[in-house]
Design a protein around this ligand. Structure first.
Ligand code: FHN
Length: 438
């Protein structure tokens, strides 16, 4: 487990920085800006890590040959029978949470395929359950108007063609056959893209030396030949700190288990767990409603999407307490969704006290802490705040002086215990304003 934490952390630092000239693969296969914007306008999605590993409640992939002996792990699928799985219910839970898209982990580093692929027998069709979880989710998403996306690993410890010298692997087949591994992946991707028509593909596992930038470019070009509008994350390449680096491949940045820094130049999506583990774990620590909302508004305040992860249980249901938490987030979004969906981050940099989003001449101020009750906002270069009001509420008095900017006195009891929202009206398009340090 430790090794896992180390790898992502160092990568995440890479993921956070980077603005440069654009000569990456993405440049040559640009997703039409309107398609990319429609993705970023969604702002909130559900990530689902799921597989036979839930029978043990250990982490998907990383517990292979660790907490769970390799051969036992690889045989779990023979018992895997999530009889209570109901794709419509998973999608309804996402919808009631206010999520606009859903990304299912179809194949993780353990190599198990959640769809009845013709490419390898290590898949759902060879379990007692047999039903196509990816296919049923794709159909349920279409029925309920939720955008369907798929996660696929480029690191597969189960596939003998993937050369590995790692404790998570059991084959110790150091030589492997990467060209054959990449062509196998193409066949799997063709099934996924043509059968389930995902809007976005979320790749992962690029950090091992066996996976090269050329492999990534080859897969990226192949996918764009299947669907030029397909949006692909930045984990096919070896450098994921910026999208314009030659080694970078992909259409958006993916900070993990932390909220990405405000970035007005490159699309980003933070992926974060609702609990602590990606796959289901009994009695796993779950984030409070306040922390969930705080994470969502700070992601949007950083001009990024939030992909919040849920790990369903072995019987196919999502834990009731997690469903309740998601519904509660949805209740908040029912009131304040206008301040999240289809907004831009800024103009103020997110901070401990507040974070902001903007749309037209409106700035949405998400108050994370009441603090002293005196909210101070630096002046906005070239713009004036004309009006301030609680979202869905009354007007708020504020003072303004050139030196310190704006002052708003906050009431002892805030309108929303988790995150109250003030709407500021400016005398010009707030989306054009430069980012202001707090
Ligand atoms: O190893 C995976 C991990 O299991 C999980 O899938 C996350 C999700 O983004 N990504 C990798 C760690 O960086």
């Amino acid at each position: 487990m430790l090794k896992q934490i180390l790898i992502p952390a160092s990568l995440l630092i890479l993921l956070k920085t980077g603005l440069a000239q654009d000569n990456s693969t993405a440049a040559t296969h640009k997703v039409p800006p309107a398609v990319m914007q429609s993705f970023m306008d969604k702002r909130f999605g559900m990530f689902i890590h799921y597989g036979p590993v839930t029978l043990r409640g250990t982490e998907i992939g990383w517990s292979r040959n660790h907490e769970v002996p390799g051969d036992e792990y690889d045989s779990l699928y023979k018992e895997f029978n999530p009889a209570l799985f109901n794709a419509g219910e998973w999608v309804r839970t996402a919808k009631e949470a206010g999520m606009k898209y859903l990304c299912i982990v179809a194949k993780h580093h353990d190599g198990f395929c959640l769809w009845p692929t013709a490419v390898s027998s290590y898949n759902i069709a060879h379990t007692p359950f047999k039903r196509d979880i990816v296919g049923e989710l794709a159909a349920a998403c279409r029925r309920q108007g939720i955008t369907f996306c798929v996660y696929l690993t480029v690191l597969d410890w189960h596939d003998p063609d993937y050369p590995v010298k790692s404790s998570y692997d059991t084959s110790m087949n150091v030589k492997g056959d990467m060209p054959r591994f990449v062509s196998t992946m193409k066949r799997e991707l063709k099934e996924i893209v043509t059968q389930y028509k995902p809007f976005m593909l979320w790749f992962d596992g690029f950090w091992e030396k066996y996976w090269t930038t050329d492999d990534g470019k080859e897969i990226y070009r192949y996918l764009k030949s299947l669907d030029p509008h397909l949006i692909i994350n930045n984990r096919l390449g070896k450098n994921s700190s910026s999208l314009s680096d030659p080694e970078s491949i992909g259409d958006f940045l993916t900070p993990e288990q932390q909220i990405g820094q405000l970035n007005m130049h490159e699309p980003l999506e933070s992926c974060i767990t609702l609990c602590s583990q990606w796959a289901w774990k009994p009695n796993d620590k779950m984030k409070s409603l306040k922390e969930c909302i705080r994470t969502l508004v700070t992601s949007a305040g950083g001009n990024g999407n939030l992909l919040l992860n849920v790990g369903p249980m072995m019987d196919g249901r999502m834990e009731a307490r997690q469903v309740t938490r998601l519904k509660e987030i949805g209740q908040w979004l029912k009131k304040y969704g206008e301040s999240i969906y289809a907004t831009k981050g800024g103009p103020y940099l997110p901070n401990e006290i507040f974070t902001t989003t903007r749309k037209g001449n409106k700035i949405y101020l998400h108050i994370l802490q009441r603090g002293t009750g005196q909210l101070v906002l630096p002046a906005l270069p070239g713009a004036t705040i004309k009006k301030a009001a609680w979202m869905n509420g009354g007007a708020i008095a504020f003072t303004q002086d050139a030196a310190t900017g704006y002052r708003i006195a906050l009431p002892a009891t805030m309108p929303d215990e988790n995150c109250s929202v003030i709407v500021l009206e400016t005398d010009r398009d707030a989306e054009e304003l430069p980012v202001v340090q707090h």
